[in-house]
Design a protein around this ligand. Structure first.
Ligand SMILES: NC(=O)C1=CN([C@@H]2O[C@H](COP(=O)(O)OP(=O)(O)OC[C@H]3O[C@@H](n4cnc5c(N)ncnc54)[C@H](OP(=O)(O)O)[C@@H]3O)[C@@H](O)[C@H]2O)[C@@H](O)CC1
Ligand SMILES: Nc1ncnc2c1ncn2[C@@H]1O[C@H](COP(=O)(O)OP(=O)(O)O)[C@@H](O)[C@H]1O
Ligand SMILES: [K+]
Length: 504
């Protein structure tokens, strides 16, 4: 029976830049000619160090090398491993006469050091203890064919330590999309700076643990673009203990508008999430005329069919809103408001087909937070889900600009984009969150943050970070990923928020 011990929960602590291909290439263009020792030598040394840290002496290290500089990194690593008394072989069967520059030199140096290049995995006569994937990195130009495709499939299947060099071969470093066959690593050692494709869509499944080695290059001297991988440090300034001398008015009044007939659960979930993560008061304005005037499970929620005349600080519109004329009327009334606004679910679906609502969203004095999942995003962009997922960052940025709003494009590696072009990827969360009601919880949680005074762009980042971390905490405790419920993430988020809100 397989045994997988629960790992202790540690939220990602440090945020860091995420660089797209054009930014990485610009750094390379400046740094490669200056670097001494050369960057490829440093990359190979870093790979060798990582292998040595993970593989006991005596184990065979099998390095899959491709025809470009990614393969060059692999050849340097192989030579260095031999020099350190380790057993290493290369698998590589490309036309070596077509190799150029440093990569060709790296191959030649490996061969001169007595290294062996095998034509395929079938030539091995023992099981490797480690597989290093140095086939293709950021130079991947098309889907991978034979023989590399079979090597990738073979390598991914091995019960060995599997290390991808820079990017798992077959993964698009910008988008996290598998372009065809794609290596499945336990860990990825990526160079110069971290890359968005390792953290969204297929990236997390393929890359495993991501380690960044700057190769001694001070990337901060270059254009780092506008993307970040979120870490807890990004929010430290707003995670403070509460002052003693406060009252419920200090923490804001959230109004949740939704809950059409047969969909009131969504509004209750959002409302409960808002209260449990710190809103001072929560009112539900439900479209269902038969809704109970209070929730027996959460009697602290104020429930009704009317929008309070005054006293509301934040709007959460959409959970279970439905597609009725009344839903449209509520949107038309609330979108122009000058209160902070979270728009989700049916609110987004209605927005997608209504030019007048779109205009009033764009004209808001405070940009709203929109929280589409990929299907909702596709509707808002007038395209297909596949087109959204082909480049999630570009889709989120396009939405943020088109609707002049902060956008959380949900899913594995949620992408947050601001109207001014800044963007971020959230590293927390797990497939246990692929269950009904999670989006409603996120909306409520965002409402609570806004009600407690978080600036809108920061709330749009911390909401998914906290929610995903809550689900990760549940997994670490053995609750999930299978069967986590949206309500359970609310309690876990409350615990984390209290743990994190300590005096520095
Ligand atoms: N530049 C630097 O100084 C540094 C770079 N570094 C390292 O270099 C990596 C980038 O190297 P790179 O640019 O050579 O690209 P790489 O990923 O090896 O692939 C290009 C080769 O593959 C080929 N090819 C592409 N797709 C293919 C396919 N589907 N099927 C078959 N062939 C395909 C393509 O051939 P072509 O398209 O011309 O036929 C070309 O030969 C980077 O990820 C990092 O590891 C580090 O050492 C730090 C310093
Ligand atoms: N595989 C996953 N990895 C990380 N987060 C996920 C995953 N699946 C779902 N989530 C998160 O869970 C939430 C689900 O929201 P949504 O799809 O709107 O759910 P629902 O419509 O059921 O309420 C989002 O915040 C999303 O990012
Ligand atoms: K690779």
């Amino acid at each position: 029976m397989p045994f997988a011990p629960f790992s202790p929960f540690i939220a990602p602590l440090s945020s860091r830049p995420l660089l797209r291909l054009k930014e990485i290439r610009a750094i390379e263009a400046v740094e490669v000619p200056l670097a001494d020792p050369p960057l490829m030598e440093r990359a190979g040394a870093a790979i060798a160090r990582s292998v040595i840290a993970h593989v006991p002496p005596g184990g065979l290290v099998c390095i899959l090398c491709g025809p470009g500089n990614n393969g060059g990194d692999g050849f340097v690593a192989a030579r260095r491993l031999l020099a350190l008394g380790r057993r290493a072989v290369v698998i590589g069967c490309f036309d070596a006469t077509r190799m150029e520059g440093e990569a060709a030199a790296a191959r030649a140096a490996f061969l001169s050091a007595g290294g062996t290049v095998l034509p395929g995995p079938e030539a091995l006569d023992e099981r490797p203890a480690a597989i290093v994937d140095a086939l293709f990195g950021i130079g991947l130009a098309r889907p991978i064919g034979e023989p590399y495709a079979s090597w990738i499939e073979w390598g991914s299947r091995q019960t060995a330590f599997k290390l991808a060099v820079d990017v798992p071969s077959g993964l698009d470093a910008d988008t996290g999309r598998c372009t065809g066959p794609c290596f499945e690593a336990n860990a990825t050692l990526t160079f110069l700076a971290d890359k968005p494709g390792l953290h969204t869509l297929d990236g997390p499944d393929r890359a495993g643990v991501v380690m960044v080695d700057a190769l001694g290059v001070d990337a901060s001297r270059h254009d780092l673009g506008r993307g970040r991988l979120l870490g807890l440090d990004a929010f430290a300034g707003h995670l403070r203990p509460r002052r003693k001398n406060t009252h419920k008015g200090s923490f804001g009044h959230v109004l949740v508008v939704g809950g059409a007939p047969r969909m009131s659960g969504a509004a209750f979930l959002a409302g409960h999430a808002a209260l449990a993560t710190g809103a001072g008061k929560v009112t539900l304005c439900a479209l269902d005329p038969n809704i109970l005037s209070f929730s027996p499970v959460h009697p602290e929620l104020m429930v009704g069919n009317a929008i309070p005349e005054r006293g509301v600080d934040v709007l959460v519109v959409g959970p279970g809103l439905g597609a009725s004329a009344e839903a449209r009327a509520q949107l038309a009334r609330l979108l122009p408001s000058s209160l902070p606004l979270v728009l989700d679910a049916d609110g987004l679906n209605r927005l997608a087909v209504d030019a007048e609502l779109q205009e009033s969203l764009r004209s808001r004095s405070i940009p709203a937070i929109l929280t589409p999942h990929p299907m909702e995003a596709a509707r808002l962009l007038g395209t297909e889900v596949a087109a959204v997922q082909r480049d999630r960052i570009a889709a989120a940025q396009e939405l943020a600009q088109r609707y002049r709003a902060h956008v959380v494009l949900k899913g594995c590696g949620s992408v947050v984009a601001d109207p001014d072009g800044a963007w971020a990827i959230n590293p927390t969360g797990n497939p246990g969150m692929a269950s009904a009601g999670m989006g409603d919880v996120l909306s409520g949680l965002l409402g609570a943050l806004l009600a407690q005074g978080w600036p809108v762009p920061l709330a749009a980042r911390f909401g998914p970070f906290l929610h995903g971390a809550a689900a990760d905490r549940l997994v670490a405790e053995g609750i999930g990923p299978i069967g986590i419920t949206a309500s359970e993430t609310v309690s876990a988020a409350r615990r984390l928020l209290n743990e994190w809100s300590v005096r520095a």
